[in-house]
Write a protein that binds this ligand. Structure first.
Ligand SMILES: [Zn+2]
Length: 171
């Protein structure tokens, strides 16, 4: 059997993990050979905010892998126990220095084979001052006609920005 993501040892007791089909129709699970602990490889939840700033949509250019050098709206992973809304606002603050208020849910985005589920919000800037953090090469506002569609970081980024522009156009 393959070793999904290379996890080989039980996080509880340290003995080897086996890959086993526990239920027909579901993917194989990593099961501990000694203590029967099941290591579920759950999806990861990311969240972010699309908002207008300086005459365009604010995007950050990633200085980290994956998608190094590509553009994405400010966002990141939700911490365990953190609300989606708090995580979205926190990520914007960390990545751009700006304070935002969430105005509505844009959508929830998932793709086959991709462990990341993205929850995207639209928002308004309420304060703060623009700065760049160490996870970004640049931060820039793109008027809709200048969005770098072929330089966006993730499949979700394309879909989220399309949905945001459609929403703005409808108002
Ligand atoms: Zn174990």
């Amino acid at each position: 059997m393959t070793e999904p993501l290379g996890y080989r040892f039980c996080p509880r007791c340290g003995k080897p993990l086996d890959s086993r089909v526990l239920k027909t129709g579901e993917p194989p699970r990593l099961v501990c050979s000694a203590c029967a602990f099941i290591f579920f490889l759950d999806p990861k939840i990311a969240t972010g905010v699309v908002f207008a700033y300086g005459g365009g949509i604010l995007l950050v250019q990633r200085a980290i892998h994956p998608s190094y050098g590509k553009w994405v709206f400010p966002g990141g992973y939700v911490d365990r126990g953190e609300t989606l809304e708090a995580a979205a606002v926190r990520e914007v603050r960390e990545e751009s220095g700006l304070a935002v208020r969430l105005t509505r849910l844009l959508g929830v985005y998932s793709f086959p084979g991709n462990p990341v589920i993205v929850v995207a919000y639209a928002g308004d800037v309420t304060g703060g001052s623009l700065r760049i953090d160490e996870e970004s090469l640049a931060v820039r506002s793109f008027p809709p006609a200048e969005i770098p569609w072929d330089q966006l970081a993730f499949p979700s980024t394309v879909q989220v920005l399309k949905d945001y522009l459609q929403l703005v156009a409808a108002h």
